[in-house]
Design a protein around this ligand. Structure first.
Ligand code: GRF
Length: 284
């Protein structure tokens, strides 16, 4: 049961222990404080005692838990936790945490930034990694963060619905392509209309299309003598780098830039903006 709770909160065992400690210390501090405050107005534990005690500790509990969470470094977790609880109790519109699937087959630096960004968020979390490369760095990132992985091969990805079944099973709301080189098949696009987004390391519509990925893009930008490049986040349709543009950010192409210096600048832009744009999309 503890294991399931840990998975649900998506935290390491160390953090899980600290969270548990916060619950325990907060609960006991709350009971003691409630007793102490009541001792000023009531001397014996009669019916009045309990009538006042229950609502009193209901108010004190979040305050105590939040206070204890500060020195234990768990304040963000508990503010999210209490806000979710409040929404449930007071029947606020459902704020179900959305689930993101990241499709990646490379190093996964963007995937890591997205995972970290949503780690303690009540807006969304990364619930699945889809990968087509058994040597991809993103697989280690998934393992470190206890995120399930689905490995796909081209034939099954294009023809079967294995991938879609997994997305459904993991209740995925948004698909994020972060370094996934295969075209997304029609059945997935139809199943997730306007719910699949991609990041491209240049300013589309220029320098996009088949074969325009990784270093090829930066090489083409430099060879074309462009003065600026950037990133494009866009919806995915059945053509490479073609869907509606959601966001772009620019950077300079400096005199003497190599593919690698430009790639570094572009990566920095991606890491800065991609998680925030995803959050905006989810919040609608
Ligand atoms: C990024 O540059 C992205 O624009 C492109 O693939 C690259 C993935 O990089 N679609 P990483 O694996 O996230 O480092």
């Amino acid at each position: 049961m503890l294991h399931r709770l840990k998975e649900k909160w998506n935290v390491s065992w160390t953090r899980f222990t600290l969270i548990f400690l916060t619950f325990a210390l907060g609960g006991s501090a709350c009971a003691r404080l409630g007793n102490w405050l009541l001792s000023f107005v009531l001397t014996e534990k009669n019916a009045w005692y309990w009538i006042i005690y229950v609502p009193l500790i209901t108010i004190l509990w979040p305050l105590c838990v939040l206070t204890i969470s500060i020195p234990l470094g768990q304040f963000r977790f508990f503010t999210n936790y209490l806000s979710r609880m409040g929404n449930r109790i007071f029947g606020k519109q459902s704020t179900k945490t959305k689930s993101i699937a990241i499709f990646a087959s490379g190093t996964g630096t963007n995937a890591k930034k997205i995972i970290d960004h949503f780690k303690e968020s009540s807006v969304a979390r990364v619930g699945l990694i889809v990968c087509n490369n058994p040597n991809a760095g993103v697989l280690n990132i998934a393992a470190d963060n206890h995120i399930p992985v689905v490995m796909v091969n081209r034939k099954s990805f294009l023809t079967d619905t294995v991938c879609l079944d997994e997305l459904t099973l993991h209740k995925i709301d948004l698909v994020v392509l972060a370094g996934f080189l295969w075209m997304i098949p029609k059945y997935l696009i139809e199943a997730y209309p306007n719910k699949i987004i991609n990041i491209h390391p240049a300013l589309l519509p220029k320098f996009g299309g088949k074969g325009m990925y990784g270093e090829n893009v930066h090489k083409a930008v430099i060879e074309a003598g462009e003065k600026e490049s950037g990133i494009t986040i866009h919806y995915v349709d059945e053509h490479y780098d073609n869907g509606d543009i959601i966001f772009q950010a620019k950077c300079e192409v400096k005199y003497g830039d190599s593919v690698s210096t430009l790639a570094q600048r572009i990566h920095a832009l991606e890491h800065e903006h991609f998680p925030k744009v995803i959050e905006q999309i989810i919040k609608g």
